[in-house]
Design a protein around this ligand. Structure first.
Ligand SMILES: Cc1ncc(COP(=O)(O)O)c(C=O)c1O
Length: 443
């Protein structure tokens, strides 16, 4: 066994390559950063990231944003619970503050577990960057607060998550920002509402709970022609079914609580976009402090590993159950973008690769009580708010989210007494259909 490894070229190749590369990086005064380290057959972290950009969706959701070699050789992500991160010298701190070292400093500005999720989500969305928040609402608030000032205006399509509407109407207004609502999909009304103070056009696609698909080509064209930024909340679509950035949308938002996390066990939100536009957004997040615990991020990262598989099943279940409901004599109307009967089916079909697991439907000749009996009779879906998890959920919007609204308000939001919203999980479609059938027949 030779003691001098330099005389054994095989041993030299095996044992000395990585430390030498790392040493060279530190010796030259540059950062001994991850990207300078050779990881696998000479591939750097940066090269690995670039290679992954050319791989399929699921390969990216499993591997993007991860270090090839993690602490202690662990294949799963170590959970870094630290609220603060140490520097081994003033020199090292100065390299960091001078922007020469990419690492973490203090939990409110970001953590290793958040960064991994951010890199994964940016890759899946085809975005330069992603910023994670403690919830979808925190993401909306964080984005709008950082991009808007007193006197600015936004125009948004009126079908949307009711808390987003509430934040704009009740709270942004207190800071002097004017919000104008126009009917969903009415681009003439949107254009007419734009003026010199307008800074952003906002929409969901598909919308919650009416599943209306918004024509992203028109949306982006209007924003560009008026020099106004565009924001799409694509929570219901997910990057598996829709990639708004490919259409030129400036900011894409998701409640990661839904399909991205996918297991009804975490709250998180994300904003994706160009790095330059996101710089002030990230900076405000560091002040607002709407960040996540490491454990939460571990759950999100773990959920993302099976994202494509789950979405395939959500899409399949959504389509089959929507078609079943559409044929059922007790159902008056089904809102599902994968049905040709949906008014925006053509738009959805042209820009989405699947239509997700959320279905809204109206029960024929039923008042709110008769409708609630169907909800109560369903045995597999559980009565709960939210959507996008592996467990199916069912709810009556009248009783769940809109209970405290007046009938006039509900009518203006398109919420009816006989409306049911179901989030199809990943159970077997045959079981869900049989269960809905008995619920519709029994009540
Ligand atoms: C379309 C949409 N956007 C945003 C949100 C808010 O997300 P979160 O509950 O994670 O704050 C929701 C929540 O249901 C939603 O449905």
């Amino acid at each position: 066994m030779p003691t001098d490894m330099s005389i054994d070229s095989d041993a030299h190749d095996l044992s000395c390559d990585e430390p030498n590369e790392a040493a060279k990086a530190s010796d030259s005064g540059g950062p001994a950063s991850e990207s300078a380290l050779k990881h696998h057959k000479g591939e750097t972290q940066a090269e690995m990231t670039e290679r992954l950009q050319r791989t399929g969706f699921s390969t990216q959701s499993v591997h993007a944003g991860e270090k090839r070699q993690k602490a202690e050789g662990s294949i799963s992500a170590p959970i870094f619970t630290a609220s603060t991160f140490t520097f081994d010298s003033t020199d090292s701190l100065m390299r960091f503050v001078d922007g020469k070292e990419d690492r973490d400093e203090y939990g409110r500005y970001g953590t290793p577990n958040e960064r991994t999720c951010e890199a994964k989500l940016a890759a899946l969305e085809g975005a330069e960057e992603a910023i994670i928040y403690s919830s979808g609402m925190a993401a909306i608030v964080g984005l709008l607060m950082s991009r808007l000032s007193a006197g600015d205006e936004i125009v948004f399509f009126d079908q949307c998550y009711h808390r987003s509407r509430e934040f704009c109407a009740k709270h942004l207004s207190r800071f002097g920002v004017v919000t104008r609502q126009v009917p969903t999909g009415d681009f003439d009304a949107m254009e007419a509402a734009i003026n010199a103070n307008t800074k952003m056009l906002v929409s969901e696609s598909p919308t919650n709970p009416h599943l209306t698909a918004v024509d992203l080509e028109k949306f982006v064209a209007l924003g560009k022609s008026c020099e106004v930024e565009t924001l799409i909340d694509a929570t219901l679509a997910t990057p598996f079914n829709l990639r708004p950035i490919d259409y030129g949308v400036d900011f894409v938002l998701h409640s990661a609580t839904k399909y991205l996390g996918g297991h009804n066990d975490l709250l998180a939100g994300v904003i994706c976009g160009r790095s330059e536009a996101l710089e002030p957004v990230r900076s405000l997040r560091g002040i607002l402090g709407s960040v996540n615990s490491a454990h939460n991020m571990y759950l999100l990262e773990r959920g993302l590993k099976t994202f494509e598989l789950r979405m395939q099943r959500h899409n399949e279940n959504g389509q089959r159950i929507a078609e079943f409901l559409d044929r059922h004599p007790r159902v008056e109307r089904v809102y599902y973008p994968g049905l040709v009967s949906h008014p925006t089916h053509e738009i959805a079909a042209s820009q989405m690769t699947g239509f997700g697991g959320l279905i809204t439907f109206l029960v024929k000749d039923a008042d709110w009580k008769a409708t609630s009996r169907i909800v109560d009779a369903a045995k597999i879906p559980r009565i709960a708010p939210s959507l996008g998890g592996v467990e199916s959920l069912i709810e009556q919007p009248l009783v769940m989210s809109y209970y405290h609204c007046t009938p006039q308000e509900r009518a203006s939001f398109g919420i009816y007494d006989n409306m049911i919203r179901m989030s199809c999980g990943i159970e077997n479609a045959d079981d869900l259909i049989a269960d809905l059938e008995q619920a519709l027949d029994a009540s």
